[in-house]
Design a protein. Structure first.
Ligand SMILES: [Zn+2]
Length: 298
């Protein structure tokens, strides 16, 4: 899309004004150059304050952001582009509160921007399926008290986590918030995120036995002190996710848990291409259909 950008200094120097941001979108949406959809004329001018391209022949206005994630936005694109960098490049992520201070938007606007970006990340995650040997486990996250499975889990959200473990190294990860850890939810999670016929290692929790339907399922009952040897990577992922929730968001309600999982997973699965991640997310946002959110419930 543009010269290689490896840090925020370069990113904000490059995307420093509305015109540059609009040109980046135009270049991706109309790689052969802009062409008026009404008269096919290929010359016109940018009305940058309105995100519109005006045809110099018939004067038809074409919205540059319509049909993308930035559809109908009243915000300068520079704010979106910088937010994309912070959200995708730093594993600590960025909270709505911090975003309000950095780009001068209200908390509600910041939260809406982040939610739209997380939905986009989740849609991208859903295009891939895990393969090979995979560790799968459940956990309870969020809320204020420690606890696993049913007991002591009030206020917490159940999640299912799968992590590839190939040649002793962690690979791609899938994560899903579920109303509870039962057979149906485990089956759906596996179908959505894992190719059929893989090798799945679990801790033999009863609801996970459904995995034998489509996979080579190895269920091992392990004492608590040995469980990290049997399922090392999935437990590290769960532990890192809990740290991320506490560190960046200071606790999260169950209502939006999937969006936080999507964001965490998106970055985690791209950790080997960290420098390219902001650019990739920007491209995905331009290609993504508009996201319409319900109002935030505080
Ligand atoms: Zn025209």
């Amino acid at each position: 899309m543009q010269a290689k950008i490896t840090n925020f200094w370069e990113w904000q120097q490059h995307f420093s004004d509305e015109k540059t941001c609009l040109e980046a979108i135009i270049k991706q949406r109309w790689p052969e150059g802009f062409c008026c959809p009404r008269c096919n004329h290929n010359k016109g001018w940018l009305l940058k304050t309105r995100h519109v391209f005006e045809c110099s022949d018939c004067h038809h206005h074409t919205s540059i952001t319509a049909g993308t994630l930035f559809h109908n936005t009243k915000l300068p694109l520079v704010k979106w582009f910088w937010c994309i960098y912070w959200l995708s490049s730093d594993k600590g992520s960025i909270s709505a509160l911090r975003l309000t201070k950095l780009i001068g938007v209200s908390w509600v606007t910041a939260q809406r921007m982040l939610r739209k970006l997380r939905v986009t990340m989740g849609d991208q995650n859903s295009l891939y399926k895990l393969t090979g040997t995979i560790e799968l486990d459940d956990a309870f996250v969020g809320g204020k008290h420690k606890g696993k499975r049913s007991r002591g889990a009030e206020g917490k959200t159940a999640i299912l986590v799968a992590c590839e473990s190939n040649n002793g190294k962690p690979g791609f990860v899938a994560m899903k918030a579920v109303p509870n850890v039962d057979k149906e939810n485990v089956r759906t999670f596996a179908q959505e995120s894992i190719e059929p016929g893989q090798t799945l290692n679990t801790d033999a929790f009863r609801a996970l036995n459904v995995l034998t339907e489509e996979h080579h399922h190895i269920a091992k009952v392990t004492p608590p002190e040995a469980v990290d040897e049997w399922l090392p990577w999935v437990h590290i992922v769960i532990s890192n996710f809990k740290s991320y929730l506490l560190g960046t968001y200071h606790g999260v309600s169950g209502q939006y848990m999937q969006e936080y999982l999507d964001e965490f997973c998106y970055r985690l699965n791209r950790r080997f291409w960290e420098e390219q991640t902001p650019n990739r997310l920007l491209r995905i946002c331009i290609d993504h259909k508009p996201v319409f959110l319900k109002p935030v419930v505080c």
